[in-house]
Write a protein that binds this ligand. Structure first.
Ligand code: GLN
Length: 199
């Protein structure tokens, strides 16, 4: 499969490397035409305000919203999740794509604890915990009815799925555990199968 990593700013190389390690093609997406050439998209972490500004400047913002709304599978981490959300609760107004029914508290895990790691128990992953790295992470404040919580930390959802979207507060590309990327690639495979069987 051909997976895009949306790369204007953020930890792009790490995501490209994991997808390639798992035997798939991974391409760096920097303009809207390239979006149409991939079967699914990864939206990395970084700084959400900068990412939003650049995606608009490079005219990717609206095509991105359209692709996601029409079913393209997306795996978003950290700032990527902020971009997909339906809104930010704590910082001054910031445009979001509004395609994932969660609201976000930016840097919601506190200033002192800029980064930390935690063991998570993830739906479908059984008893082996998933080590998650949080970096100035967004906290999910509210989740809509259709949102499945796949993992929580301290009673707060940190990994969610809604239709074609998976979003995480943490950075799975920074550890060797590839179960989440595998789960996402399975989801992409299934969505391609579904689309083919409808033809
Ligand atoms: N703190 C960043 C923001 O609010 C997100 C951090 C990250 O992606 N690791 O945009």
């Amino acid at each position: 499969m051909k997976i895009g990593v949306l790369g204007i700013q953020g930890d792009i190389q790490e995501h490209l490397a994991v997808i390639r390690k798992l035997g798939h093609e991974a391409v760096w997406i920097r303009e809207s035409d390239a979006l149409k050439t991939v079967e699914a998209l990864i939206m990395p972490g970084g700084e959400s305000t900068t990412m939003t500004k650049l995606l608009k400047r490079f005219a990717i913002w609206e095509p991105l919203r359209k692709s996601i709304n029409s079913g393209m599978p997306v795996f978003a981490t950290c700032a990527g999740m902020i971009l997909l959300s339906s809104g930010i609760e704590n910082y001054p107004a910031q445009d979001t794509l509004g395609v994932l029914d969660v609201t976000i508290e930016r840097n919601g895990y506190g200033r002192q604890v800029d980064s930390f790691e935690a063991d998570l128990y993830v739906n479908y992953f059984g008893d082996v915990p998933f080590r998650a790295v949080f970096i100035r992470a967004p906290k999910i404040a509210t989740t809509g009815k259709e949102v499945e919580v796949m993992a929580s930390f301290g009673g707060t959802p940190v990994l969610v799925r809604e239709r074609n979207i998976i979003a995480a507060s943490f950075h799975p590309e920074l550890t060797d555990d590839v179960r989440l990327q595998r789960y996402f690639l399975d989801m992409v495979g299934n969505s391609i199968e579904d689309a083919t069987s409808r033809m």
